[in-house]
Design a protein around this ligand. Structure first.
Ligand SMILES: O=c1ccn([C@@H]2O[C@H](COP(=O)(O)O)[C@@H](O)[C@H]2O)c(=O)[nH]1
Length: 250
């Protein structure tokens, strides 16, 4: 297994002999407006891709955890070849097909999907709590399994919650990728993992290695890599968690 953080939640994943492009947000720096009702007015993405987008346009499959703009944007829709297989959560397949993608498969809630020898199982999550959580809608994570590979859990846009605990209990992943950044609007709590969430996750899954992404790319993500590293250091967990820079391989 090899994992490259591209930017935000976008990953290039080499797993079981298959290449997956996860949650591509391929817009140029500052091409999009700030997230509305958020604590600052910086345009998105905050930073450039760590190379030309062309580097990541020929995976074996694309996996879209949910359709929020920082996981699937207009640039991805226009740049990615429409004949690529696209895997998604159930409910998003109509939108992706309407955008011109001809090979879209939903990973159903309780069914594992086999993609060329790699098994993917959907996991749940909560993209925030209360009204904000409801407004954010359905989100998914995915657990990857293949012969000779570590069990990998891509948790998606979720806070620390029962669904994540259930995924950890059921799958016992060896590697967990979490969307950090403590994303937040002006009202309501955080909608992606903050420092404390990642500390709880590390303590709940003491054998797993953790990779924290989804930071310093979108204006409503308020927890920086440096802040996360400092809190993990205080908690004695820094050696368990990789915090890659954009473009870095894990
Ligand atoms: O560039 C962007 C990124 C996101 N949004 C909207 O914000 C919320 C939450 O996004 P997540 O980062 O997936 O938590 C969602 O409604 C997005 O569509 C945006 O407007 N612009």
């Amino acid at each position: 297994m090899k994992i490259q953080l591209i930017r935000n939640a976008a990953l290039w994943l080499e797993y079981g002999g298959i290449t997956f492009l996860v949650d591509p947000m391929l817009s140029e720096k500052e091409a999009n407006p700030p997230v509305p009702n958020s604590p600052n007015a910086r345009r998105n993405p905050l930073v450039s891709l760590p190379g030309p987008a062309q580097k990541w346009l020929a995976p074996d499959a694309v996996l879209v955890t949910h359709l929020h703009q920082d996981h699937w944007d207009e640039a991805a829709v226009s740049l990615l070849p429409h004949e690529l297989p696209v895997l998604c959560q159930a409910g998003d397949e109509g939108t992706l097909a309407a955008q011109g993608f001809g090979h879209v498969s939903a990973i159903e809630d309780l069914e594992a999907k086999n993609f060329r020898g790699v098994t993917l199982k959907r996991t749940g999550g909560q993209h925030g709590t209360g009204e904000i959580g409801k407004l954010m809608g359905k989100v998914s994570g995915f657990v990857f399994r293949a012969e000779g590979e570590p069990v990998l859990y891509v948790a998606g846009d979720t806070i620390w919650c029962d669904e994540v605990k259930e995924a950890l209990d059921e799958h016992k992943p060896e590697v967990i990728i979490v969307n950090a950044g403590g994303a937040q609007f002006l009202a309501g709590g955080h909608i992606t993992m903050n420092e404390q969430d990642i500390i709880e996750l590390c303590r709940y899954a003491p054998e797993a290695s953790v990779i924290a992404v989804h930071m310093e790319a979108i204006n409503h993500c308020l927890v920086t890599r440096e802040q996360l590293a400092a809190r993990l250091g205080q908690a004695g967990l820094l050696e368990r968690v990789q915090i890659p820079a954009d473009g870095e391989w894990c």
